[in-house]
Design a binder for this molecule. Structure first.
Ligand code: SF4
Ligand code: SF4
Length: 91
């Protein structure tokens, strides 16, 4: 499982250093070519065993920018995760 950064990202960099597993890259390293930050789903552990709440979403100043994403086999799943596409932090 993983979280996803959506196109409302303002490239503010608040999230990147908060990730305990270095799953986040900036717009220059986004493999999709989009000019926004990006989460590698095969690295994201949804902060399980690191934080109560996904640290990237907690740090992000943009409302609803980081959402729950698709399943990745073998990756940890947050106990209180919402449906895919819904914000990790509800304002
Ligand atoms: S949820 Fe946690 S592990 Fe996943 S990208 Fe955000 S900070 Fe990193
Ligand atoms: S904290 Fe939010 S707005 Fe800032 S770079 Fe990360 S995802 Fe984008």
């Amino acid at each position: 499982m993983a979280v996803v950064i959506t196109d409302t990202c303002i490239n503010c960099a608040a999230c990147i250093d908060e990730c305990p597993v270095e799953a986040i890259v900036d717009e220059d390293d986004n493999p999709t070519g989009e000019e926004i930050y990006y989460v590698y789903a095969d690295k994201c552990v949804e902060c399980v065993d690191h934080h109560e709440v996904p640290a990237c979403a907690e740090a992000c100043p943009t409302e609803g920018c980081i959402v729950w994403g698709d399943t990745v086999d073998g990756m940890p799943e947050h106990a209180n995760r919402g449906a895919n596409g819904t914000p990790v932090i509800e304002e």
